[in-house]
Design a protein around this ligand. Structure first.
Ligand code: ZN
Length: 222
């Protein structure tokens, strides 16, 4: 049976997907979280996600799609031998890009959601992010939404509450949702696997920190 007011969140325990989890809790009566292992170097990520889901009181699912890292080992998030790009190279995507990851994640989320009668899917992708990963773009999400509907002869709705928000606006949303401190102290965004403020120098930490500083400075002026 279709559950009308239910959503499944693609969840990693990072700043963006944690903000999305609480956004979903505000907009849907029933929310579940799906987290993935894909061969990432930092297993702490899934433990952080599990803990936040427990605190948010939502059911937590952990799916293993580590086949991705076996198919393409050229990503620094899954291969210790590759030095992480700390700046965006001019001629290619940074090696923190995991090809196909969001397509695989969202497809598995849709299959699991459908089995539970859930048709709303929430993901924290953003076009305003620095990297410009192709599978974070609105065009891709809309295209996949159509494909999932056709593939399963169903009507999914993929929600992307962060699509047009830069990192400072994501902090603002967390604050609006009353989870600013939780996001600041309990999430893991750092590519080097360090909780909260992180290592400070990887691209994810730089982006998170710049966004936080921008948000706090605009907040002071209000
Ligand atoms: Zn870091």
């Amino acid at each position: 049976m279709k559950k009308k007011n239910a959503a499944m969140v693609c969840f990693s325990g990072g700043q963006d997907s944690t903000t999305c989890l609480f956004w979903a809790k505000k907009h849907f009566a029933h929310v579940e979280a799906v987290c993935f292992t894909y061969g990432q170097k930092h297993s702490l990520e899934t433990e952080v996600a599990r803990k936040i889901a427990a605190e948010a009181q939502v059911p937590f699912h952990l799916l293993d799609v580590s086949l991705i890292s076996q198919l393409d080992p050229n990503c620094s998030l899954v291969n210790n031998a590759i030095r992480m790009d700390e700046d965006k190279p001019a001629d290619r995507y940074p090696n923190t890009f995991v090809p196909g990851r969001n397509m695989v994640f969202l497809t598995f989320v849709a299959i699991l959601a459908r089995s539970k009668g859930i048709h709303h899917i929430v993901t924290g992708v953003s076009e305003a992010d620095y990297s410009g990963y192709p599978d974070c773009r609105d065009t891709f999400i809309r295209s996949l939404n159509v494909t999932l509907n056709l593939a399963m002869d169903d009507q999914f709705v993929i929600h992307t509450p962060l699509m047009d928000r830069d990192k400072s606006e994501v902090w603002a949303l967390a604050d609006e949702l009353g989870v600013f401190d939780l996001v600041r102290t309990q999430t893991l965004t750092c590519y080097n696997g360090i909780l909260a403020d992180g290592c400070g120098h990887c691209p994810a930490c730089k982006l998170r920190k710049a966004g936080l500083e921008k948000y706090l400075s605009t907040k002071k002026k209000d």
